[in-house]
Design a protein around this ligand. Sequence first.
Ligand SMILES: [Zn+2]
Length: 141
Amino acid sequence: MNQNYKEGDYIPSKGYFHICKYPNCVDPYFYGRKNQKYHPDCKKRNDAEKAALKREKTKEENEKMAKNLFILEELYPRSGGTFEIQISEFRIRGFDFQAPSRHVKTEINGYSCFIIHGYAYRYIKERETIIIYKKDELCRV
Ligand SMILES: [Zn+2]
């Protein structure tokens, strides 16, 4: 019966025929409004699962960012906005260069820097080193 209809068919006295889009739906054929994609309960479950996934992803990125910030704080006294530190020191500590940060160019020299909260760092490709700044020191580089 149901299988003879296709998505969007209008069946008099029943409504529009649909196949529920929720991946875990146990009984996906239903009749409903014209543009309805889910059973009402499936829509709720689908939205809740999507929101949970999003929270999980944000949490993961926040944790990476927090770890990077911790490493910058730890190494800052050795760099102090002046001295270069080998990139290997960052890698040993587990610094994640893919983690979220804000990219800026400094006003004086146009250096590319990455800001994480109160700190910023600049990668010097020729020597594979990094200088760490406090964010408010960026105005002089
Ligand atoms: Zn469903």
